[in-house]
Design a protein around this ligand. Structure first.
Ligand code: AMP
Length: 426
C-alpha cells in the first residue's frame, strides 16, 4: 500500500512539475538523468527525452576515497574537478551543481529533470521488469544484494542519494537481469537439486540485459524484420561478454548465469569451465573457494591465455601480428567460443534470421568478427571484407547473398534506460 501511495505521489508531482515548466518555459523538453553507480564510481548522462540527444555526461571517481568529478557538456570542454566525495550523496550533489552551473551547465534549473533512471545489476526473481522506485522495490533490490554483492549495494546508494537530493522526482530502476527473465525453465534451470532453486533461487539470470534488449530491438527495426516472427542472436562483446538468443522479441537463452562469470571468454573472466577444476586447483594450490573465484573473475580470460599480456584486443592483435603466439591463441579461443554459442543458439531457436555484434570488441574489432564468421559458413553466411573495415557505427557486415544477415549495431545502454524511464513515468 505504502509503495502504491508513493508511486501515485511521484506521478502527481511529475504532472505538477510538467505544468509549472510548461507555464514558465513554453514547450521546453524534459530531461532524464541516467545514473550508473559502482561502489566507488558513478557515471551519469543527461538526455533530452524528445530528441534522445545527450546534453552532458560525465563520471565521479574515487567516491569514499577522495573524489574526482568529470563533466562534459555536449560540444563543450571537458572539466575535471577534484572535490571530496565521502559518499554517493556528495557525488550526486556535485553532478547536480555542474548541471545547473550558470556558465557551463545544460539546465536552467533542476525542475527540468523529469525523472532519474538507474541501472541496477540484479533484480532477483521479484523484479522482472523496470519499475518506479517505491519501498517495495527498494526492499527487493536489498534482497537481491546477496546475488549482486558488488553492484546492488552501490546501486542502492545512488538511488537513495537521488531520492534525498531531488525529493518528489520519480526514480526508475532498470535491471541488467530483466531481459533474461523470459527464459523458459528448461533454459534457466541448472541440473542440480531442486531444493537449491527453491531455497536460494539458483538459476540462470543473464546480464547485459539492457544492451541485449536495446540491440535486438534496434536490429529488428534496422533490418525491417517482423518482430513477432524473428530470430536474432546478439553478441555483446566487450570487456565483459555475453550472447543472447532473442525469439519474437523475447530472450529465450543467454550465456551469463547466476553471476556474470559464465559463458563466453572475457577480458579477465574465464567464462565456462568444468566446475571440478575448482576443487582440483583448490586442493593442489592450497587456496580456498573465494580465492579460486577471484582468479576466475580477475586473472583469467584472454588476459590469462595471452600470458598476462593484456585484456585489450588492440594490444592482443598488435602482439599477434608481431608473432606472439599466446596473443593469437587468446583471440582464437575467444572467437571460437563465440562461434560455438552462435551454433548453440541457432539450435535453441531452430534457426536464425540475424546476428548482431555490439560492445567495444563487437563494434571495433574486425579481426574477431572475421574469425567468428569464418566458422559460420554452414549457416550460409559470408562476410563483406570491405564492410568489415568499418567500426563504431551501424552497418551490415554480411554479403547480399548471405542466408543470415549479420550487422554491427553499437549499443547504447544509457539511451535504453532513458527510454524505459520515460515509458514508465509517462
Ligand atoms: P567495452 O567493455 O564494451 O567498453 O569494451 C572494451 C573493450 O573493447 C576493450 O577492452 C578492447 O578489448 C575492445 N576495443 C575497443 N576499441 C577497440 C578497437 N579499436 N579495436 C579492437 N578492440 C577494441
Amino acid at each position: 500500500m505504502e509503495g502504491a501511495c508513493e508511486e501515485n505521489n511521484a506521478s502527481g508531482a511529475l504532472a505538477e512539475r510538467k505544468r509549472i515548466i510548461k507555464e514558465n518555459q513554453g514547450e521546453s523538453a524534459m530531461k532524464v538523468l541516467v545514473v550508473n553507480c559502482g561502489s566507488s564510481s558513478l557515471k551519469y548522462q543527461i538526455i533530452d527525452s524528445d530528441t534522445e540527444k545527450v546534453e552532458a555526461k560525465g563520471l565521479c571517481e574515487r567516491i569514499g576515497i577522495d573524489g574526482r568529478l568529470t563533466y562534459q557538456p555536449t560540444g563543450g570542454e571537458k572539466e575535471v574537478t577534484e572535490a571530496p566525495m565521502p559518499t554517493h550523496n556528495e557525488a550526486i550533489s556535485l553532478v547536480l551543481e555542474a548541471l545547473v552551473n550558470p556558465k557551463t551547465g545544460v539546465l536552467k534549473s533542476l525542475d527540468e529533470v523529469e525523472a532519474i533512471g538507474h541501472r541496477v545489476l540484479h533484480g532477483g526473481t521479484k523484479l522482472t521488469e523496470s519499475r518506479i522506485v517505491d519501498d517495495e522495490v527498494i526492499a527487493a533490490i536489498e534482497e537481491a544484494c546477496d546475488l549482486g554483492p558488488l553492484h546492488n549495494p552501490a546501486n542502492l546508494m545512488g538511488i537513495r542519494a537521488c531520492m534525498q537530493l531531488m525529493p518528489g522526482k520519480p526514480n526508475v530502476v532498470v535491471f541488467d537481469t530483466s531481459f533474461g527473465m523470459t527464459l523458459p525453465a528448461y533454459a534457466y534451470r541448472y541440473a542440480i537439486p531442486t531444493r537449491f532453486y527453491d531455497k536460494y533461487k539458483v538459476r540462470r539470470y543473464g546480464f547485459h540485459g539492457t544492451s541485449h534488449s536495446f540491440v535486438s530491438k534496434e536490429t529488428i527495426k534496422y533490418l525491417g524484420l517482423d518482430k513477432d516472427n524473428s530470430k536474432v542472436i546478439v553478441c555483446h562483446l566487450g570487456n565483459g561478454a555475453s550472447i543472447s538468443a532473442v525469439q519474437n522479441g523475447k530472450c529465450v537463452d543467454t550465456s551469463m548465469g547466476l553471476t556474470p562469470l559464465e559463458g563466453l571468454i572475457m577480458g579477465t573472466r574465464s567464462g565456462d569451465v568444468d566446475p571440478s577444476i575448482l576443487q582440483y586447483l583448490c586442493n593442489h594450490e592450497g587456496i580456498d573457494i573465494n580465492q579460486m573465484l577471484s582468479i576466475l573473475n580477475h586473472d583469467s580470460g584472454v588476459m590469462a591465455l595471452s600470458n598476462n599480456l593484456s585484456s585489450d584486443f588492440r594490444d592482443l592483435e598488435e602482439a599477434m601480428n608481431a608473432g606472439n603466439e599466446a596473443a593469437g591463441l587468446a583471440i582464437d579461443a575467444f572467437a571460437y567460443r563465440v562461434a560455438k554459442y552462435v551454433g548453440a543458439y541457432t539450435a535453441a531457436m531452430n534457426g536464425v534470421d540475424a546476428i548482431a555484434f555490439t560492445g567495444g570488441i563487437g563494434e571495433n574489432a574486425g579481426l574477431v568478427r572475421k574469425k567468428v564468421l569464418e566458422r559460420l559458413g554452414y549457416l550460409g553466411i559470408s562476410m563483406d571484407e570491405e564492410q568489415n573495415k568499418k567500426r563504431g557505427e551501424r552497418f551490415i557486415l554480411s554479403t547480399k547473398d548471405s542466408k543470415v544477415t549479420v550487422c554491427v549495431l553499437p549499443t547504447n545502454e544509457e539511451l535504453a534506460i532513458c527510454r524505459e524511464t520515460v515509458a514508465l513515468v509517462q
